[in-house]
Write a protein that binds this ligand. Structure first.
Ligand SMILES: [Cu+2]
Length: 229
């Protein structure tokens, strides 16, 4: 049995969603669809033992494969996909000398908190063209934040611990999905139309697929099998 409070919260959330999309639905009878599927990264033939391959040597090899999640997104986004909802501030935690999460997709304009949850110092920085920053050192319990305004990929490192790394993927729209550890992803409320769906994974080459969300909406299944870089 779901507690009453959870049911109430779910109901409120449903109302919010219905209200949100009622405005768009008035303009057209077409129904929005869902694009869903799974992303797998193929093991290369030399990597069938499950050992870390030479291609993996580097900072990301320190991260469990389940942390190294894929991100699936539409490129470009549907028209009218840009809105001005206030963003919550996601966290990129420094915990046990690891960035948590390892992969963080956000929409442009989002401010990310970088709390230090370790007893040791860290020095978070990025030299990425999308956003260059250097947060310097700060003690446990402290946090600094960075706002990301430009779409693109931001590689994040720690100047003190070379095994720490993270990816922030900044999008110009909200049509992106962080895959589950098992690779499952879901892009919801996609208006009917033809789209390019792109799958990103740090160890693989980008792969894209042209798909159609029919006027009737419904679910479109798109699975990716990415080759290792
Ligand atoms: Cu560090």
């Amino acid at each position: 049995m779901m507690p009453v409070r959870v049911i109430a919260a779910t109901f409120v959330a449903l109302i919010a969603v219905v209200t949100l999309y009622a405005g768009g639905a008035a303009a057209t009878a077409a129904a929005n669809g869902t694009i869903r599927g799974r992303v797998e990264v193929r093991q290369s033939s030399t990597d069938s033992s499950g050992r870390v391959s030479v291609a993996d040597l580097g900072t990301s090899a320190m991260h469990a494969p389940t942390d190294r999640r894929a991100v699936v997104y539409l490129d470009p986004a549907p028209r009218a996909a840009f809105d001005t909802r206030e963003e919550p501030r996601p966290r990129l935690d420094q915990r046990n000398e690891t960035f948590v999460p390892h992969v963080l997709p956000i929409v442009a304009g989002t401010t990310v908190e970088f709390p230090n949850s370790d007893q040791t110092y860290h020095n978070v920085f990025s030299l990425s063209k999308t956003k260059t920053f250097d947060l310097g050192r700060y003690a446990v319990g402290r946090s600094k934040s960075v706002r990301f305004d430009r779409p693109g990929i931001v590689r994040v490192f720690c100047d003190i611990h070379s095994h720490m790394s993270a990816f922030i993927l900044v999008f110009a729209h909200r049509y992106f999905s962080l895959a589950e550890p098992d690779g499952a992803y879901r892009l919801e409320n996609v208006p009917p139309g033809t789209y390019t769906v792109v799958a990103w994974h740090e160890s693989a080459a980008l792969e894209s697929r042209r798909i159609v969300v029919p006027d009737a909406g419904g679910e479109v299944e798109v699975n990716f099998s990415l080759g290792r870089r």
